[in-house]
Design a protein around this ligand. Structure first.
Ligand code: BF8
Ligand code: SF4
Length: 615
């Protein structure tokens, strides 16, 4: 039976493509989600354990059947262990990305990666002084050492307010080496190790902090050094950025090490000439997911869409190559690409996919591989079947690239104007809205309605990841969008010429939000948990989002989740996360799928913080 596409997405381009997919009998994540219904009740509650081979064990949520695993593990233990493993996986994804960037930075410092260079010398020098080293190589070594550091603290935690640092120390959650924290999660969750849910969750916070103030921050800072710190740039977003008469190359995944080289190769006159010979008028690179955010904010490369649009992009029949590296790439793409001429190209030694051509990418041979990939796309152009091409017209303009440096610049060199606007109430507070798509929520519905509701109530929104794509598509990243904001925020945006929603980058760039929050808290002489600020992930799905949640709350920011985490099988764990944590780290989670109600929770929190600060 035909599905009503309006129940699946609010984005017009996505609805149009969902229609196309239905008519062509092409399966998408939404269809597979329906086939999964009803989803496993034990899994939903976090109550199954496969951590040893006496199991699998599952706990009866009604207390009638088994209430303990074979080893005696209770619901509290199993739920907390499962959560800890998710945090470890998420933190490892961000941090392993950071490791690759650090590796390239080190190779550049040693003169061993001639195709990469230093693009932000000033930031490099600031980092050298932050780490207390005199040379670039010493900085590279010091950053590399952050991964295996046996004792705390991680260098970047020094950016956090003194009160926060003291609290982490007191609680024993000051993060040590990034790899160490992740390994410890795996150790603690092995059969018969840590069996106290509070102790497990504290380690989850510590591992999250090692991600936010460690892995993610290292990735962001070194990417800025190597590829440039983003500055305001205009571009376009949504599937309408695909070009009917050009070779379309989509870069999808997360690490700019690859996408930067693809962008450069596509501009190579030799490649452009090759494209012309094939009958195309040029080469159009478009970005997807976080790789999309990286090249969007540094080069103005148009963004094709967020997580749930990856299959829809292929279904346009106009993508000559879908080039991927790591994270958030659906394994479904291989089979779908097989229905079209699209070449699905995997590039990371860590990530192979069924149905993909593997063209492995290494920093020493990066430009050559990038050229081979672009050339494969160009040569594939002639195989495009015009009868199968359907590109939605829909695209929106956007203004992106608000690094902390840019925001400070836009404010005239320091944070005082922003702090003044917060004090006066023109800006009621700050909302960080981030995260994925998830077919459990109508695509982009959670993102867009929450963000609109916040700005209407004078909350300045900072965005990254797939929320940033959603906002770009909806026109919320334009200075004109200030007209949708409340009077106070509108005035501030108009005076500064900025949008009411500031695009700060990819998901690892949530570290920029931490840096900004710490700077504002330091300027006010308070802790991060005292700020009139709140976070949200209205449509989150990935384990990375769980790690982010852990570091955002661990850093003191109240956070509202739009999809329910798999923890409800333990009222003790759920209670700790949604209430108890407030007395421990000064912040907690809330779960609210309705974006309007969720925005109200955030605004209420912001108001109560203002009151406490006497504003
Ligand atoms: O790191 S927001 S779906 S793309 S996990 Fe993935 Fe989620 Fe998108 Fe980027 Ni972040
Ligand atoms: Fe079952 Fe315990 Fe083994 Fe988990 S660790 S599978 S609860 S026996």
């Amino acid at each position: 039976m035909a599905k009503d596409v309006r129940d699946r997405s609010i984005d017009p381009a996505s609805r149009e493509m969902l229609d196309v997919c239905q008519r062509a009998g092409l399966e998408t994540a939404w269809d597979r989600f329906e086939k999964q219904q009803p989803q496993c009740g034990f899994g939903e509650l976090g109550l199954c354990c496969r951590n040893c081979n006496m199991g699998p064990c599952r706990i009866d949520p009604f207390g009638e059947g088994a209430i303990k695993g074979v080893c005696g593990a209770t619901a509290d233990i199993i739920v907390a262990r499962n959560l800890l493993r998710s945090i470890a996986a998420g933190a490892s994804a961000h941090s392993d990305h950071a490791r690759d960037v650090a590796h390239t930075f080190r190779a550049v410092s040693m003169g061993e990666a001639p195709s990469y260079s230093i693009k932000d010398q000033a930031k490099l020098e600031r980092l050298m002084s932050e780490y207390g080293v005199d040379t670039q190589i010493a900085l590279a070594d010091a950053i590399m050492a952050q991964f295996g550091k046996q004792d705390g603290p991680l260098q970047f935690t020094g950016r956090a307010p003194a009160k926060r640092l003291e609290l982490w120390k007191k609680l024993g959650i000051e993060p040590r080496g990034i790899d160490r924290e992740i390994v410890e999660c795996m150790h603690r969750t092995h059969m018969g190790v840590d069996n106290d849910y509070v102790s497990l969750i504290l380690q989850g916070l510590r591992t999250g902090l090692a991600d936010g103030w460690g892995g993610s921050m290292i990735a962001t800072e070194l990417q800025d050094v190597l590829f440039g710190t983003p500055t305001p740039t205009f571009s376009e977003a949504n599937l309408g950025v695909l070009e009917p008469n050009q070779v379309n190359v989509i870069v999808h995944g997360h690490e700019p090490l690859l996408s930067e080289m693809i962008v450069a190769a596509a501009a190579d006159p030799e490649m452009v000439e090759l494209a012309t010979k094939q009958g195309a008028v040029g080469i159009n690179v478009a970005g997807m997911c976080c790789t999309g955010n990286e090249v969007l904010m540094r080069h103005g490369v148009p963004a094709a869409g967020n997580f749930l649009q990856q299959e829809l992009a292929v279904a346009t029949g106009a993508v000559d190559a879908m080039v991927v590296d790591v994270q958030c790439v659906m394994p479904a793409l291989g089979a779908l690409a097989g229905c079209f001429h699209t070449k699905f190209i995997s590039t990371s030694p860590k990530a192979k996919f069924p149905g993909a051509v593997h063209m492995e990418f290494h920093e020493e041979t990066a430009p050559e591989t990038a050229k081979s990939i672009v050339s494969a796309a160009v040569q594939n152009y002639k195989n495009r079947n015009p009868a199968k091409v359907h590109i939605p017209k829909e695209k929106s303009k956007c203004m992106v690239g608000f690094s902390v440096e840019t925001i400070v610049g836009a404010l005239g060199g320091n944070l005082d104007p922003l702090i003044g606007a917060i004090k006066s109430g023109a800006v009621r507070g700050i909302g960080a809205v981030v995260g994925c798509n998830n077919p459990k929520i109508v695509h982009d519905y959670g993102h867009i309605n929450m963000v609109k509701e916040l700005i209407k109530n004078n909350v300045l929104v900072l965005t990254t990841g797939c929320n940033a794509h959603a906002c770009a598509k909806a026109g919320l990243l334009l200075p004109e969008a200030a007209d949708l904001a409340g009077e106070g925020l509108k005035g501030v945006c108009k005076a500064l010429g900025i949008p009411p929603v500031l695009h700060m980058g990819s998901c690892v760039d949530i570290s920029r939000i931490l840096t900004a929050a710490a700077a504002v808290a330091n300027a006010l002489g308070v802790d991060i948990s005292d700020l009139p600020a709140a976070g949200a992930a209205p449509e989150w799905m990935s384990e990375k989002a769980v790690a982010i949640g852990a570091y955002v709350v661990g850093s003191g920011v109240y956070t509202v989740l739009g999809t329910v985490p798999q923890v409800l099988g333990s009222s003790a764990v759920a209670g700790l996360l949604t209430a108890g944590a407030k007395d421990v780290v000064g912040a907690c989670f809330a779960v609210e799928p309705d974006p309007f109600k969720a925005a109200t929770l955030m605004i209420d929190h912001i108001d109560s913080q203002r009151k406490k600060l006497g504003l």
